[in-house]
Design a protein around this ligand. Structure first.
Ligand SMILES: [Zn+2]
Ligand SMILES: [Zn+2]
Length: 152
């Protein structure tokens, strides 16, 4: 998505929709955009080749749960504001959309607050099923520790 502000006097308002496929490179983020996203905002021309770019991104992203990898759909609304350099009067909006998605990427996404995650040994999703790995591990506890436990 390009915005041409060559003939714009001061201010250019915009409102676009886009999808994962219409966006230039979104591989920097770990989430996947789903459905149609909205970007609305404005460009204000400043002196020289500078402009103030302001917009809000709205849409949905699917992130893998940080513990069990189950896909989690998240509605987002991210603001963006930056003074940018405009070469030749054209702003390649996708670059800033990508930046905005990247900056706002949550460090941790959980499918539910008490997600039990995957068993580190067999990979079973512990929210859905119990595996026996934990029990087997407990069997291997040093017998001396076992004695100690009894005393407690
Ligand atoms: Zn989870
Ligand atoms: Zn297991």
């Amino acid at each position: 998505m390009d915005i041409n502000i060559k003939d714009t006097k001061r201010r250019y308002d915009f409102d676009f929709t886009f999808t994962k496929d219409s966006l230039d490179k979104d591989e920097e983020i770990s989430g996947q955009l789903t459905g149609s996203q909205d970007v609305s905002g404005r460009v204000e021309k400043l002196i020289d080749d500078k402009a103030l770019l302001k917009f809000t991104l709205n849409g949905q992203i699917i992130y893998p749960c940080s513990r069990c990898l189950t896909p989690v759909i998240k509605d987002y609304s991210y603001p963006f504001e930056e003074e940018i350099e405009v070469n030749g009067g054209v702003i390649h909006l996708d670059d800033y959309i990508n930046d905005c998605l990247f900056i706002n990427e949550p460090s941790q996404i959980l499918c539910k607050e008490d997600c039990k995650g995957l068993c580190p040994i067999c990979g079973t999703n512990l929210n859905e099923q119990q595996c026996n790995c934990q029990e087997e591990q407990e069997d291997e506890i040093d017998p001396r520790l076992e004695k100690l436990k009894e005393l407690l």
